[in-house]
Write a protein that binds this ligand. Sequence first.
Ligand SMILES: Cc1cc2nc3c(=O)[nH]c(=O)nc-3n(C[C@H](O)[C@H](O)[C@H](O)COP(=O)(O)O)c2cc1C
Length: 177
Amino acid sequence: MDILDTIKRRTSCRCYQETAVPDDVLERCLEAARWAPSACNQQPWRFIVVKERGLRERICSEGFLPGLPMPWAKQAPVIIVLCSKKSLVTHFLAPLFSGINYHLLDLGIAGEHLVLEAQAQGLGSCWIGWIQPKKLSKMLKLPFDLTPVALITLGYPQAITPPGKRLAMNEIVIGKF
Ligand SMILES: Cc1cc2nc3c(=O)[nH]c(=O)nc-3n(C[C@H](O)[C@H](O)[C@H](O)COP(=O)(O)O)c2cc1C
């Protein structure tokens, strides 16, 4: 499968079937994330795979910020909690010079690797950033050096969501020298 084709077919899925995601499919998604590049190869990503219904429901009822209801998230048979593990180099030292949050870049890349492999495996996915990291940390009893930065729902889609609008190429390529 052409990678650009997979990229273009991925859209945020907000309507899931109840069908469980097989472990080998899930493993492939996590394997894709594992191979992501990262600043200074610090690999600051850590993943919590939540399949248990009770915990998924708690995450969705207590772990989201108010104002953006996401009732569909509870339907997803898998929620991945994408956590950042603190690294002295890329959390503290390097940003002192550049002002760039490398760990967030790294987690974004790893998460999108996961999502694209999910797409290639016929799964739907949706990033969820409207979360309450502190509440999630407490709920999941995370150690002090791990911070949840996003969730990704996974499951077989009920329907294919059409792609959202994208800026035109000439709006995003703002310089060519
Ligand atoms: C970092 C990030 C956070 C997001 N947070 C949410 C969210 O909290 N709730 C939601 O429904 N969608 C969320 N999305 C999905 C975006 O709304 C979606 O990617 C965007 O509208 C483009 O649509 P598409 O994914 O279907 O191409 C998030 C996406 C990203 C990358």
